[in-house]
Design a protein around this ligand. Structure first.
Ligand code: NAD
Length: 339
């Protein structure tokens, strides 16, 4: 059987790192039928047309996508394509594992997962100005929308993820001491749900400012963190910084009907076309996709091969201080995956 998956190579270095990742997936022996979408077909705004968007139609049919980064024009009124996809499929869980790959940096043995709520909170964009006197923008008001249903599905996702991946602890990060309703509801749901997982996954909670400090002081005390949209946005970048930045950070956006797997980094226009981009983050995202599809063995082989290539074999691209090209890196990982 072949898995039908939407493939969005993306912009900038996207096509280079996607080609490298496909080579590695091919080495696993798992069969795929790729429904490849050109980046130019990405969004109605981009194409300047109305009607169904081919990428959205494709993802509706396949339910799974492997995606390269997409350039979002700044200040042109274009809606972010990434946001459009997230909204269309209600991809409520943003999952970012963070793991030490190269030893000798600030921290050793970091192995954490951020589960960020992706559809609610302060990022819903419910904002307005209030006029006072002759100033039409005297006051800005922004509303955080937090629903019990939204809290339940993301916190359940975090506990189920912990169970599936043999993780021991889920930490709810919040600001319930100040935001007694918006953040208080999240914490309340977390505490209730923890009872259902008692004896299987441990639970605790941290106030967000303390969590930010503890991540720097003792990151190893955390395992799976689950939090609301904006806190997750900020803390996930902090967590990527603990292991040396975004270059090795994979990610997934998961909903009940679709999932998109992509690296956290962007299109890297400064090195696009040079053949030197690091494809590791997209390869690790592809490993997350294999895991999601139930191909656990192939997922572990890809993850293990990427880590070994960088750590033990020291085949590294320029961003990691090496001189391997994108395709040399891909060849090395593929050879290890084949065994
Ligand atoms: P970026 O992540 O593209 O680049 C930041 C720096 O990191 C650059 O110096 C770049 O060369 C380097 N870098 C990033 N990925 C690398 C890789 N795999 N290998 C080697 N070096 C790498 O961030 P940016 O410059 O802020 O954004 C560029 C474009 O990407 C923007 O249009 C932005 O909107 C878009 N973007 C898209 C996504 C996405 O589609 N998910 C995410 C972030 C940014």
């Amino acid at each position: 059987m072949a898995y039908r998956v939407t493939l969005i190579p993306g912009d900038g270095i996207g096509p280079e790192i996607t080609a490298a990742t496909l080579q590695v997936l091919d080495a696993t022996g798992v069969k795929f039928t790729w429904d490849q979408q050109a980046p130019a077909g990405m969004a109605v705004e981009r194409r300047g047309e109305t009607g169904p968007d081919p990428v959205i139609e494709s993802l509706r049919a396949t339910g799974v996508a492997l995606k390269g980064p997409l350039a979002t024009p700044v200040g042109t009124g274009h809606r972010s394509i990434n946001v459009a996809l997230r909204r269309a499929f209600e991809l409520y869980a943003n999952v970012r594992p963070v793991k030490t790959i190269i030893p000798g940096r600030c921290y050793e043995d970091i192995d954490l997962v951020m589960v960020r709520e992706n559809t609610e909170g302060l990022y819903v964009g419910v904002e307005h100005f209030v006029a006072v006197g002759d100033d039409p923008r005297a006051v800005a008001e922004s509303t955080a929308i937090v629903t019990r249903k939204g809290c339940e599905r993301i916190i359940r996702f975090a506990f189920d993820y912990a169970l599936k991946h043999s993780r021991k602890l889920v930490t709810v990060v919040h600001k319930a001491n100040i935001l007694k309703m918006a953040s208080g509801l999240f914490l309340e749901v977390g505490r209730d749900m923890a009872q259902q997982y008692q004896g299987r996954v441990a639970f605790n909670d941290r106030i967000v400012d303390n969590a930010a400090m503890q991540l720097v002081l003792h990151p190893q005390q955390f395992d799976v963190i689950v939090t609301t949209n904006m806190f997750g946005d900020i803390l996930s970048d902090e967590m990527a910084g603990l292991v040396g930045g975004l270059g090795l950070a994979p990610g997934a956006n998961i909903g009940s009907k679709a999932a998109i797997f992509e690296a956290v980094h962007g299109t890297a226009p400064d090195i696009a076309g040079h053949g030197t981009a690091n494809p590791a983050a997209l390869m690790l995202s592809a490993a997350m996709m294999l895991d999601y599809l139930g191909e656990m063995d192939a997922a572990e082989r890809v993850k293990g091969a990427v880590i070994r290539t960088i750590r033990e074999d020291e085949v590294r691209t320029k961003d990691l201080g090496g001189d391997a090209t994108t395709s040399e890196f891909a060849q090395h990982v593929s050879k290890l995956v084949r065994g």
